[in-house]
Design a protein around this ligand. Structure first.
Ligand code: GAP
Length: 514
């Protein structure tokens, strides 16, 4: 575990050192849980967004995109339930003055119990070797059974307190299980209070009668309130979807794990409107379709799993998360929810406007049902970055850090490098770079030895380096170095261009989805 934490710290440091992610306002000591994307980060992020956007809007005839405003009428958030129920239970430690999410403290305690069980299993596996039967051990070992019973008891009590919104019992659980503040080490806790996660600000001057408005905590509501506009102006027939990419804001109490939980982040959401009764069929369709989108990246099929929700929101009739194996465990990257007609019906009620679809086949009007797919751009960025990072030992005791990004997502697709800074090689290299840059993000670098330049490109994940040498001046050929294998081929520039088009284009990824 400690090792994985170290790996994660190294990845975070690498992301800063190579211009992927910076702490926001760093020269003022930073702003907690807010990050800026640097020169390489923004390219990677844009490529992830393009992959999602094109998979949604270009590969599906019946999905269109929108870009709605961040500010929305305050009634939107009343209707959606966010004003009344978008809360986290918080608790303060009086000694350290640190604030925590009560549910996270308890979940961490459950995690510790699970760790104890896993340790027992690992110890026994070592002791018994090949003859070890893990499932039998878990079912019969008295110590493991005791830990499991305690964990299940805590889990059941915690789930009930959360479901009943019982803040008194949440605090009591923290006291009963002796959970201490990680900073002060004391149990000097305040009561648990609900904390609304929406950021509020004012629109208009006070003299005009300023209105409280919120920074949107999800992009989905911008889609719901535009359902009728898009359906009518696009003459859309059910089933159809509306996709959107945009910023969302949440005043997270505990922001942890770098860009995994941020206060300002970006979402890629798609609401798919269907006939009532068809929703579970389409839920299943989107569950599979979205998993295929993730796996097409080739980050490793074993790194993904579904986490189907047992406990559903009162308006949902199915929900699952796609989880990815981060260095800090399997974590949610995307949610897929069957939201019934809850949101549209609420907006119908609060706005007083009819939000219905006339179904020509059934000859009747109804409020459509919705399947939502919702993925965080930043979390997706983190999955790609974590799985790409590799410290490789090379022959001769040398080593390199390489980001093995899927080529289509790599921030820079190729680097053109003159072998030496004389004899007309820089001019020839510039000529090649100027030809390639219309189609590919293309670096030019002539500083330092060729080896150092290769390492710099490896460290930002550039899939191909094109080296221009004296032979280039004679026959027009260059060497093309492959990032992952470090192999080099002698090729004409036409061939280089053809290979690049084939290997780094988004099309090659999108074709895997059909
Ligand atoms: N419209 C549904 C919705 O917003 P959610 O599960 O709250 O559902 C969807 O969020 C996705 O947005 C998550 O799976 C995650 O990838 C991303 N996300 C949510 N909160 C985030 C945060 N504080 N920082 C970064 N990403 C976040």
């Amino acid at each position: 575990m400690a090792k994985q934490e170290d790996v994660f710290k190294t990845i975070v440091a690498h992301a800063k050192e190579y211009g992927f992610v910076f702490q926001s306002s760093e020269i003022y000591d930073g702003l907690s849980a807010v990050y800026d994307y640097g020169q390489n980060g923004v390219e990677l992020k844009n490529n992830i967004k393009r992959y999602w956007w094109e998979a949604m809007t270009m590969l599906h005839d019946n999905i269109v995109g929108i870009d709605s405003a961040i500010f929305m009428h305050p009634s939107v958030w009343k209707a959606s339930g966010h004003v009344d129920a978008f809360n986290d239970p918080l608790i303060d430690n009086r000694d350290s003055k640190k604030r925590y999410r009560a549910d996270v403290l308890i979940e961490d305690e459950i995690g510790k119990m699970e760790e104890k069980i896993n340790k027992e299993v690992a110890k026994a596996a070592k002791r018994f070797g090949d003859s070890f039967d893990e499932s039998m051990f878990r079912q019969t070992n008295p110590r493991v059974l005791d830990y499991q019973r305690k964990r299940d008891e805590l889990h059941a009590r915690f789930a009930k307190a959360m479901e009943d919104n019982d803040l008194v019992d949440l605090k009591q659980i923290i006291l009963d299980y002796g959970i201490v503040c990680p900073v002060s080490g004391t149990r000097n806790w305040t009561d648990v209070r609900q904390f609304n996660l929406m950021f509020k600000t004012e629109m208009g001057s006070t003299a005009d009668g300023a209105m409280d408005v919120y920074l949107r905590p999800e992009t989905a509501q911008g889609i719901f309130v535009n359902y009728l506009n898009v359906q009518k102006t696009g003459r859309m027939r059910l089933p159809f979807g509306i996709a959107q990419i945009g910023k969302a804001f949440r005043n997270e109490i505990v922001a942890r794990q770098f860009i995994f939980r941020m206060r300002e982040f970006e979402q890629m959401e798609m609401q798919f409107f269907v006939r009532p009764g068809d929703e579970l069929k389409y839920f299943d369709f989107w569950r599979q379709t979205r998993m295929r989108w993730h796996k097409a990246l080739g980050l490793g099929d074993d790194k993904y799993r579904f986490h189907d929700h047992e406990k559903l929101a009162h308006y949902a009739n199915a929900a699952t998360d796609i989880e990815f194996k981060m260095p800090f465990g399997f974590k949610e990257v995307e949610g897929i929810h069957s939201r019934t007609n809850f949101d549209l019906a609420q907006h119908e009620k609060f706005s007083g406007k009819k939000i219905q679809y006339f179904d020509p086949e059934l000859n009747e009007s109804y409020v459509p049902y919705v399947i939502e797919t919702s993925i965080g751009v930043d979390r997706m960025f983190l999955t790609v970055l974590c799985s790409a990072y590799d410290e490789q030992q090379l022959e001769g005791g040398d080593s390199r850090v390489v980001l093995r990004f899927p080529a289509a997502l790599a921030p820079v697709k190729c680097a053109v490098l003159p072998l030496v800074k004389k004899d007309g090689l820089p001019e020839k290299a510039r000529e090649i770079q100027h030809r390639l840059r219309f189609d590919f993000t293309c670096h030019y670098d002539e500083k330092d030895s060729i080896g150092k330049r290769y390492r710099r490109e490896d460290a930002i994940g550039t899939p191909y380096c094109i080296t221009v040498d004296h032979q280039t001046l004679e026959d027009g050929t260059v060497t093309m170095r492959h990032r992952d294998s470090m192999e080099q081929q002698r090729l004409s520039v036409d061939e280089v261009e053809r290979i690049l088009k084939e290997e780094v284009s988004l099309n090659s990824l999108l074709k895997k989805l059909l």
